[in-house]
Design a protein. Structure first.
Length: 239
């Protein structure tokens, strides 16, 4: 008697396993991506330009104090079926920088990857690749902010040879190239390093293989960057 073939399971858009066989899923949903996503379900995504316009329109509401009240209770059931974010945000972990608020977006609109210093890590890149490849996200936004403590730690490491505790030196090391670039510029070193860090990581993502770089080059996605000023509430676009 020959051994039976193991079942192949599929990943739903909500991150859970679809326990139907691959043949059942295909029959129900038509053409699918490598992660079991229905192409038909992804057809409603905005273009990269439209996604950026929507983000910046929401940010203008935030700046003007006219944000939309989001009553989460009635909306709670809808995201359990699927998710279709309009943008992926690589932002700092700083508690004052909350992308959903800054862009005035409802739950399910933003796919956030947050790390102190808003720089690209291997795991963070994999998350962004998932967002672009599987969820068909058309926009990636690298969001830095003023008075960033992680960038300041990197500045101190470069300028003062500061000895940082725990794993913080590894975090600072990732930002040091931006600090070194900022050393050559006039003006405030911390502010310049924050801006350079955003521009550097936008460049890294635009070159990332095999998913983000080709998608950006083909125009299927936009990868942009900006710095949020905590004092004024405004985002300055940089790249």
């Amino acid at each position: 008697m020959s051994a039976s073939k193991p079942k192949r399971f599929n990943l739903n858009r909500n991150g859970t396993l679809d326990l139907r066989s691959s043949s059942q899923v295909a029959a129900d949903a038509g053409p699918r991506s490598a992660f079991g996503e229905s192409k038909a379900a992804l057809s409603g995504c905005p273009s990269p330009g439209e996604a950026l316009e929507r983000l910046m329109a929401g940010h203008e509401h935030y700046v003007q104090g006219k944000t939309t009240p989001h009553n989460l209770a009635p909306q709670r059931a809808e995201p359990t079926k699927s998710q279709q974010p309009i943008a992926a945000i690589l932002s700092c972990s700083d508690s004052r920088v909350v992308p959903d608020f800054l862009f005035d977006q409802p739950p399910g609109a933003l796919f956030a990857v947050r790390i102190a210093g808003n720089f690209v890590t291997s795991d963070g890149l994999a998350s962004l690749e998932y967002g672009v490849e599987v969820l068909q996200i058309p926009l990636v936004f690298v969001l830095g902010h003023s008075s960033c403590g992680a960038v300041d730690a990197a500045v101190k490491a470069v300028k003062e040879d500061a000895k940082l505790p725990g794993k913080i030196p590894e975090l600072a090391d990732a930002i040091v190239p931006a600090v070194e670039a900022a050393l050559k510029q006039p003006g405030n070193l911390l502010d310049n390093a924050i801006a350079e860090n955003v521009k550097r990581n936008v460049g890294i993502l635009r070159q990332a293989q095999p998913i983000l770089g080709p998608a950006a080059e083909s125009g299927n996605i936009k990868i942009v960057g900006g710095v949020y000023n905590i004092a004024t509430g405004c985002i300055e676009m940089l790249a």
